[in-house]
Design a binder for this molecule. Structure first.
Ligand code: HEC
Length: 102
């Protein structure tokens, strides 16, 4: 019986890790589609915007969201477009990925 419980717990842990990995993967994919043309991460990407390789060490979750919502708020001359219309699930996945960059 104890063994069965341990097995179920192990399966549940693996399933949860898979879901988390997929969410991070999705965020990275969105980043590649919408941000890489302007931003470098780990040596790859465009040079129009700043390098975001360590962005999570600089900005908090809510500051990243505010930036994506309205880039011109912090910097009226910003060349960065707003990503306000991104579906919430995509935004969450994207911010989840950005939070790993530190
Ligand atoms: C058309 C080019 C362009 C695109 C596309 C773009 N950005 Fe930017 N981004 C910029 C520029 C230029 C800046 C620097 C000026 C400013 O602060 O707004 C910037 C600044 C930022 C900053 C603040 C960096 C700092 O060090 O304070 C973050 C965070 C950011 N971008 C995230 C993103 C993410 C995430 C995406 C994709 C969803 C994205 N950007 C798409 C051009 C772009």
């Amino acid at each position: 019986m104890k063994r069965a419980v341990a097995m179920i717990a192990a399966f549940a842990a693996v399933a949860l890790m898979t879901v988390a990995a997929q969410a991070a993967g999705k965020g990275e994919q969105i980043f590649k589609e919408k941000c890489t043309m302007c931003h470098v991460v780990k040596g790859q990407g465009g040079k129009i915007g700043p390098d975001l390789t360590r962005i999570a060490a600089k900005l908090k979750d809510k500051d990243i969201r505010a930036k994506l919502d309205n880039p011109k708020k912090a910097n009226p001359a910003s060349a960065m477009p707003s990503f306000k219309t991104l579906p919430k699930a995509d935004m969450d996945a994207l911010v989840g990925y950005l939070k790993t960059l530190k």
